[in-house]
Structure formats: C-alpha cells, structure tokens
Design a protein around this ligand. Structure first.
Ligand SMILES: [Zn+2]
Length: 178
C-alpha cells in the first residue's frame, strides 16, 4: 500500500499541471482498484459443451467434479490466480495435470488432460496469467478440452466446488475488455 501511494505521488510530481496531475492520479488509482484477482484460465475461444460437461454430471461410478471447456489442441492455459504449484502428474484418468494452490482464495485449481506435462514443479510460485500448459486430450478424454476443478484447501483431494459461476464471470470480463 505504501509503495502504491509513493508511485502515485511520484507520477503526480512529474505531471506538468495540476489538472494533468489529477487525471494521472485518478487513472493510476483506478487501475490499482481494478486489478483483478483472477483471470480466465484459457487463452482462446472455448465451447462450454453440453450438460455432460457440467459439474455434477453423472459419470460411470462417480460424478463429474469439474467444468469442461472445449478448445483447440495447443490453446494456452494460464494460472487463474497467483499461487503455488502443489501437484503435477500424468495418469490414465487425468492425463497431464497441474494443481495450483491459492492461499488468498484457500482453493486449489486443477487443470486436467493437458497436451504435455506442465513446465512446472511442486513448490513453484506462479503469477496470475502465467502459462501453465496447453489444451489437449490426455488421459480419459474425448475431444480436446480443459477439465477445470476448484477444490477446498491445498491439494487435489479437497471438496470440489462448481467452477461455472466464476468461469463465466471471468469470461464475460475478458470479453468486455476486448
Ligand atoms: Zn471433465
């Protein structure tokens, strides 16, 4: 907070007139307030699929614990928030996956079926918007898509929450900024 105030003060001091100084200060504070805590995790067009891709949809022997978003293979995936990698792996179900824990949100965000192993290791810090992988169809998968999960706590076994509301809000905000 102190640093932000100093930055505004420095810009104000540099501005040639009082009016310009006021405008600069206003713009800087707007940007500081508007800085989002989260960004949409897919850097490209997505198709939300059918009801089968929804959180809670029936699967053989279990329910679907995430939201599927279909996109072209290779579409970049980015960290939805600042956080820390808690798990990366590759298995027959999840394919290449990465799990990112956000202390602020107290949630872990899990990305499944990625084209290739994540270029990250457990313990790595990631910044919101940082590349974490690409859309693929590894593991138990039909059609290139990101299966995205939100789980309580730090790890991939906490209670799963429906991600759709957050994802739709982030997608709408991204669309509005274009
Ligand atoms: Zn899925």
């Amino acid at each position: 907070m102190q640093r932000r105030l100093l930055t505004v003060a420095a810009l104000v001091a540099l501005a040639p007139t009082f009016q310009a100084a006021g405008q600069v200060a206003e713009r800087v504070s707007e940007r500081a307030v508007a800085r989002p805590h989260a960004v949409f995790p897919v850097r490209g067009r997505v198709d939300w699929g059918e009801a089968d891709g929804r959180f809670g949809a029936a699967r053989s022997g279990h329910v679907h614990e995430g939201q599927d978003m279909f996109a072209r293979a290779g579409t970049p995936l980015v960290a939805i928030r600042d956080g820390r990698v808690v798990e990366v792996g590759d298995d027959g179900g999840r394919g290449n996956y990465v799990a990112i824990w956000s202390r602020e949100a107290r949630r872990t965000f899990v990305y499944l079926h990625m084209l290739r192993p994540a270029p990250l290791e457990p313990g790595d810090a990631v910044r919101m918007g940082q590349r974490v992988g690409r859309v693929g169809c590894t593991g138990s998968c039909w059609g290139n898509h990101l299966h995205f999960e939100i789980r309580s706590g730090g790890g991939t076994t906490g209670r799963a929450h429906d991600p759709l509301g957050l994802l739709k809000r982030l997608a709408a905000r991204r669309a509005a900024r274009r």
